[in-house]
Structure formats: structure tokens, C-alpha cells
Ligand binder design. Structure first.
Ligand SMILES: [Zn+2]
Length: 387
């Protein structure tokens, strides 16, 4: 007995497998109970067998057991039921709770886990010094407590892309002369385009902080200069009003140049108040309102009228206007409105014949270098309708 007790004290306290296999097969037998059984076997068979440990022998009636951890009691080698008590740990589980409030590389232990504890009572029945039966009782002393870990789901790395158009170089405007277009006219030949870069930037944010910027796509367009055609052809006279081809009205010609009453221009039967326009670029040299001249002055007959001096040595007259919108000294462009049609000056109230009602009296006068006088000419050959 003393020898046995001494050997017990030298046994390792935990961590050894203990297994007894029914049917007398060889089994691993270490630890406290194994020693007990081994000793029991030795007591009967030592003379014939002589084996040391590692074999539970074929004489006991083994039962499957779990690992003994702490052996608190050892059965004496007497017949009857002997009980060993040891304890087992019940491992705890770890559970994760996902939260979008933390980044995905972050975890916080919310609750620490705690292992549970089971008391194992192992009973061994000895009869005639042999193990007849082994069984266990298990009592849970403490349930395990789960370990709770908060686990972030917010991406710690975020990538954003943005495409922007940046102007690299602005286009220039080139003026190109065009001999088939009249002086003073312009036309867009080529639309200008800036050189631009269309770039896609990729921004990498680590936990909300910008950590890197890279250009992942880039497209650069070449510059195209704007080309504007500028007319160089000498200007020709246009009609003194807006005709149907330009959104106006093709007024009837009511009196031609010359004739029995030596008419000094052309009369057009216009509507009252319609716009009257400059037939060519020039400078206003006369502009008077009706009533400015006395009735014995020939200029009284024009009523409200405008005279424009042109660079090509011609002058144009616009008479019987209801009002004028230019004054002496004004520079005017071909097609620019200079007044409105009317019935001022010398008119006849009848609708036809000389000095008829509301109409435009239009003259072209040509400079004579020999006499230094501007002489009236038939406007027709100079105007688009008859040219
Ligand atoms: Zn007339």
C-alpha cells in the first residue's frame, strides 16, 4: 500500500489519455486510474506476465471514459465500488457581432469568455481484485460563458473615382480672307475646339483619410483653331428694305427712275412703319426731320430723310420716312436700320401715280469728278432685283 501511494504522488496530474477497451484488447493506460488497474493486474499476473504498464490486461471489465484531469481520490484495492472524481473544462464559444461603426480590420472584445466546469465521478467496480465495471457520472458545475467580439464591417479601404475635363490649351481665332464674300461679311468656316484632357482620377481612402491619388484613364484631344472667313469682295448695293428673301416683304415698285416728271429715284409701296435699311456701308451726311426745311426748299419735299455717303463715291437717299434712327455723322453698316417708312414730305393722297401715299423714295447719286457734283442715276442696275 505504501509503495502504491508513493507512486501515485509521482503521477502527472493531468493531460494523459486513459482508455480501456472492452473485450480484453490492449489499451493505453496511463494516469491515476490506469495505474490502479495496472497494479490490480500485476497483483494477479505479475509472476506469469511481468509486463509493466501500458496494458490494462484482459481481466477487467473496461468502460470508455473521458480524460481525467484532476484525480482527487484513488480507490483502495479492495472489492466493491471505488470512485474517482475529476473535473473537466467545458470550452467556451466565441461569437462575433458585426457592426458598421467600426472598420473591417478592427475588433473589440465586448465580453470575455469563461470556460464551464464539469465534475466527473468515475466509479470502478472491483470483484476478486479485478475490475468488473467502470462507469461515469457527470455533473455540470458551471456553464461556459460565450466570448463576445464586436467585429467591424465598415471597409477600411475605399476607392472612389472621378472624371474631370481640364482645358489644356485654348483655341485661337484665325481670320481668312474670302474673295467671294462682300466686305463687311463674316462666316464661320471651322469651329474652334480647345485641347482638353479628360482624366479619371482614382482616390484611395484608408479609414476616411486620402492615402493616394492616381490617374487611371486619360484622353487628350488636340486643339482646333477657329477659322472665320472675312469677305474682301467690294460691296454692292442692297435693297433699302428687307425683302421677302430675308424675311420681309417684296414691295411693289410704284414709280421708276426718270419719266415725264423726271423722277430722281425709285418709289416702293411700303407699309407704314416698316424698317428702312442702309443699302451699303457708309456715313450719314444728312438726316432731317419733316418740317426742318421751308416749303419753298426742294429738300422740304423729302419730309424726314437720310443721306448716306459711301466709300465707292456714291450716295443713297431715303425719303418720306415716318422717323429716322440715325443722325449726321453716324457710321452705318449695310442692312442696318436707319429709320421707318412713312408719308412725310411731298405726297399725293391717291394710292397711285407720282407722289403717291405712304412709300419709300430711294435715290442713288454718283459722284462726277469733272463737275464735282453727285448726279442721280437709275438705281435699278445697282440693286439685286435688277442687277
Ligand atoms: Zn419718288
Amino acid at each position: 500500500m505504501n509503495k502504491n501511494a508513493k507512486r501515485m504522488r509521482n503521477l502527472p496530474a493531468k493531460g494523459k489519455k486513459f482508455k480501456i477497451v472492452k473485450g480484453g484488447k490492449a489499451a493505453i493506460a496511463t494516469g491515476a486510474l490506469a495505474l490502479t488497474i495496472m497494479l490490480a493486474s500485476c497483483a494477479e499476473n505479475s509472476a506469469a506476465d511481468g509486463t509493466q504498464g501500458g496494458n490494462a490486461g484482459s481481466t477487467g471489465k473496461p468502460a470508455v471514459s473521458t480524460r481525467p484531469s484532476d484525480v482527487t481520490t484513488v480507490a483502495p484495492l479492495t472489492d466493491g465500488t471505488h470512485t474517482s472524481v475529476f473535473y473537466e473544462e467545458i470550452p467556451f464559444e466565441t461569437v462575433y457581432i458585426d457592426t458598421p461603426d467600426m472598420y473591417d480590420d478592427e475588433q473589440i472584445v465586448k465580453e470575455e469568455g469563461a470556460a464551464g466546469k464539469t465534475e466527473v465521478r468515475e466509479h470502478t467496480l472491483y470483484k476478486n481484485g479485478k475490475v468488473k465495471d467502470v462507469w461515469q457520472e457527470k455533473i455540470t458545475l458551471a456553464e461556459p460563458q460565450k466570448r463576445v467580439i464586436l467585429r467591424g464591417t465598415k471597409p477600411s479601404v475605399e476607392i472612389k473615382e472621378n472624371t474631370v475635363t481640364e482645358t489644356l490649351e485654348k483655341y485661337s481665332t484665325i481670320y481668312e480672307e474670302c474673295g467671294t464674300m462682300e466686305v463687311g461679311t463674316k462666316k464661320l468656316k471651322t469651329e474652334g475646339k480647345n485641347s482638353v484632357a479628360v482624366r479619371t482620377y482614382r482616390y484611395t481612402y484608408i479609414k476616411g483619410e486620402l492615402a493616394g491619388t492616381e490617374v487611371v484613364a486619360e484622353e487628350i484631344s488636340t486643339r482646333v483653331d477657329e477659322v472665320i472667313l472675312v469677305g474682301t469682295k467690294a460691296q454692292t448695293f442692297g435693297l433699302p428694305f428687307i425683302d421677302a428673301a430675308h424675311g420681309g416683304v417684296d414691295y411693289k415698285l410704284t414709280q421708276s427712275f426718270g419719266g415725264a416728271n423726271n423722277h430722281r429715284g425709285l418709289d416702293f409701296a411700303v407699309y407704314y412703319g416698316d424698317p428702312i435699311i442702309a443699302a451699303m456701308d457708309g456715313t450719314v451726311i444728312e438726316a432731317y426731320d419733316a418740317g426742318y426745311f421751308s416749303k419753298n426748299n426742294i429738300l422740304w419735299t423729302y419730309g424726314t430723310y437720310v443721306v448716306i455717303q459711301h466709300d465707292n463715291g456714291f450716295r443713297t437717299y431715303y425719303a418720306h420716312l415716318s422717323r429716322r434712327t440715325v443722325k449726321k455723322g453716324d457710321k452705318v453698316k449695310k442692312g442696318e436700320v436707319i429709320g421707318a417708312s412713312g408719308n412725310t414730305g411731298r405726297l399725293n393722297t391717291t394710292a397711285t401715280g407720282p407722289y403717291a401715299g405712304t412709300h419709300l423714295h430711294f435715290e442713288i447719286r454718283k459722284y462726277n469728278a469733272k463737275t464735282g457734283v453727285y448726279n442721280t442715276v437709275d438705281p435699278k442696275p445697282y440693286l439685286p432685283w435688277w442687277r
